[in-house]
Structure formats: C-alpha cells, structure tokens
Design a protein around this ligand. Structure first.
Ligand SMILES: Cc1cc2nc3c(=O)[nH]c(=O)nc-3n(C[C@H](O)[C@H](O)[C@H](O)COP(=O)(O)OP(=O)(O)OC[C@H]3O[C@@H](n4cnc5c(N)ncnc54)[C@H](O)[C@@H]3O)c2cc1C
Length: 335
C-alpha cells in the first residue's frame, strides 16, 4: 500500500476528493463503522452514521485492544488486511491523544512449543528466552512481538472526533430491522453492524463468541501484554490508566457478567503475574462477531436497488483489521 501523508491529528492529506455527490449511511458506530466513516468523509462523501449503541456501549469498547489477528477467518484474506492496518496504527502511534501506542506482546503456550507465525517474522517477532518463561509460571514456550495497543477508552473518542471533524454526523439510538429502512435519501448503505448483522441481514453464519474481562487498577512495573490462548484463555493488557484482565471465548449471546468467571480470570492473571489479587474496577462483556465462512467485505444490492457494502464478521480482530477493511470499503464505494 502507498503510505499516505498525514496531518498532526492523523487525518490523511489527499490531492483530490472523490465523493461529493454521494450520500452515505453507515450502520454501526463501533470501530468498523467509525473507521469507514473517516475514510469516506475525508474523501468528501456526505456520511452519516446510524447506530443503536455508540461509544462505551459497543462491543468495540470491551476490547483492550491489541493488534493481533486472533479468531478471525480466513488467514489468506485477513493477514494482508491486518498488516495494512498495522502500518496505519503505527502512524497513529505518533498522533497525540489518539490512544495508540507501541507495546510488547508476549504470546505463550502452557504446554508444547509455540510456532512464530510467518506474518509475525517481518514484524520482528522473536522467541522468548527460557529464563523469562520460567519466571512466568506456567508457560513452556513463547514469542515476543512489538505491536500496537489501541486503548479503547481513548481511541473510540479519537475516531469519533476525527469523523465529525471531516463533516460526518452520528445519530445514536436508531435501530433498523432491515437495511431497506434506511432513509431513501442515502444512495449508498454500509453495513458495519457487528454481531447485529446476524438479525439485520439474516446471516446465520455469524456467531456471538462471548468475551468477559475484568478491569483492574494499573499493575506496578507491568509494561508488556501477556497472552496465552490455550485453555483457559488468559491475557493481561496494561493501558494508560488501568489494566485489562481476560478472558473468555465461548459461543453465547449473554451480555451478563458472571462473577465466578471474573473470579477465575483474576485468580489466573494474578497467579501468572505473581501479584496479590487486585480489586475489580469493572466487569465487561462483549460479543465477538465471528463469521464461520470468514469476514464479509462485499458489495451488493438492497431489495430497493440501492448499493450496499457489508463490512462485518471481524471476530476477535475488529481493530486489527479496521483500516484495511475500511480502505476496501472505500474502493468498493467508488466503483
Ligand atoms: C473481550 C474482547 C476482547 C477483544 N480484544 C480485541 C483485540 O485485542 N484486538 C482486536 O482487534 N479485536 C478485539 N476484539 C474484537 C473486536 O472488539 C470486534 O471485532 C470489534 O469490536 C467489532 O467491531 P464492529 O464495529 O464491527 O462491531 P461493534 O463494535 O459491535 O459495533 C456494531 C455497531 O452496530 C450497531 N448495530 C448493530 N445492529 C444494529 C441495528 N439493527 N440497527 C442499528 N444499529 C445496529 C451497534 O449498536 C454498534 O454501534 C475483542 C472483542 C472482545 C469481546
């Protein structure tokens, strides 16, 4: 991808604007809808976002979120999108107040030898020396990767502000039963409804893969993320003002936090870090939009003849894929 020159707030400098005569409605104000909104609005499309929930009510706000192509299919499709997003996030790490920063992520296995994925090698992934593994019970092998953390308590506000600055509008508390209900004045509809697409476009392939986390105070001296995705899933992600302890990944649509699960998460994370159990500031639950046949970025037609572009099904990697997917949506919008 050609790297774009960016302004101090992260917005792109572009030589011309494409979409002055199009009215675009985006359904969804999670990371997918906001990122697409920015791409389109900064190109001059008159863009409005409609969403039932916004900000800290969305699934996106439950993620920590670390760049890592986790729990999304198919690899040959998503890895290029993830690597493209990595480059954009790298630029955003230099933007004040975007909430994006570099972080070392240590990926571990409790049993067996971990393989460094091919895509991680050009990003400088390296095997973790055994003395580090031994100091962190109960791991047997691991690799370390310099990656990007998008602190969702800050980053979603940054996306929101950048979208509005580009002329975008956000309409909250709007729920659609079908995409045809979108006001006919919008000639292009973008579906970024996350797990909501299951009902909105009747996609039975989309499954809620529930994740529960506990938010705890900052852990003294902890500067890297620690992840083990063999059972039980365990991760610790230090953020600017707190720390995220996770987690779970199960087929369920329940949004109610389970206290026993929180207790199990806090016990396991504290054991790995070798710290006293911290107090729990908040429990959060989100539904990863996992699509069995893979992420859906696809142009089609609504029953009333209008063009629709679907962008959902990002599983456990919505942030990791966000800019690559939005760039594809922009290209499809221009067809
Ligand atoms: C615990 C947890 C940890 C995670 N960690 C990471 C991570 O580290 N890195 C990473 O990349 N990803 C991570 N993810 C995955 C990531 O959060 C999701 O892939 C991403 O949030 C999906 O974003 P989205 O914008 O597509 O959907 P959402 O954030 O769910 O947004 C969907 C939007 O559509 C709206 N909507 C839905 N249906 C309708 C309707 N019918 N009418 C109107 N509006 C509607 C909703 O109100 C909402 O505004 C994690 C997820 C969880 C749960």
């Amino acid at each position: 991808m050609t790297r774009q020159r960016i302004l101090r707030d992260g917005s792109a400098i572009r030589p011309y604007r494409l979409g002055m005569d199009r009215n675009v409605a985006i359904i969804g104000a999670g990371v997918s809808g906001l990122t697409c909104g920015i791409m389109l609005a900064e190109q001059g499309y008159r863009t409005a976002i409609f969403a039932q929930d916004i900000g800290q009510q969305t699934t996106s706000s439950v993620a920590a979120a670390v760049w890592f192509p986790y729990h999304v299919e198919p690899a040959e499709r998503v890895i290029p999108l993830a690597l493209e997003t990595y480059q954009v996030l790298l630029d955003l790490a230099g933007v004040p107040d975007a909430g994006v920063s570099m972080i070392e992520s240590r990926q571990f296995l409790r049993t067996g030898k971990i393989d460094i994925p091919d895509w991680a090698i050009p990003l400088g992934a390296s095997v973790i020396p055994s003395e580090v593994e031994r100091s962190l019970e109960p791991f047997e092998s691991g690799f370390s990767l310099r990656t990007l953390l998008t602190d969702t308590t800050i980053y979603l506000d940054y996306l929101n502000a950048r979208f509005r600055k580009a002329g975008g509008e956000i309409h909250a508390s709007v729920r659609f039963e079908t995409l045809e209900q979108v006001d006919p004045k919008f000639d292009l509809v973008i579906n970024c409804a996350g797990i909501g697409a299951r009902e909105l476009v009747d996609d039975a392939d989309l499954e809620p893969h529930r994740g529960q986390v506990a938010i705890v105070p900052k852990i003294e001296g902890l500067s890297c993320a620690i992840v083990s995705d063999d059972e039980p899933l365990m991760y610790v992600i230090p953020r600017a003002n707190d720390c995220v302890f996770g987690g779970t990944n199960e087929l369920s649509a329940s949004l109610t936090a389970d206290p026993a699960t929180t207790s199990r998460i806090v016990t396991e994370c504290s054991r790995v870090l070798n710290v006293e159990k911290p107090p729990v500031l908040a429990e959060r639950v989100g539904l990863r939009p996992f699509r069995k046949s893979g992420v859906r970025i696809e142009r089609g037609q609504l029953r009333d003849g209008r063009t629709v572009i679907h962008n959902y099904g990002h599983g456990g990697a919505g942030f990791t894929l966000s800019w690559g997917c939005a760039r594809e949506v922009l290209q499809m919008a221009a067809l």
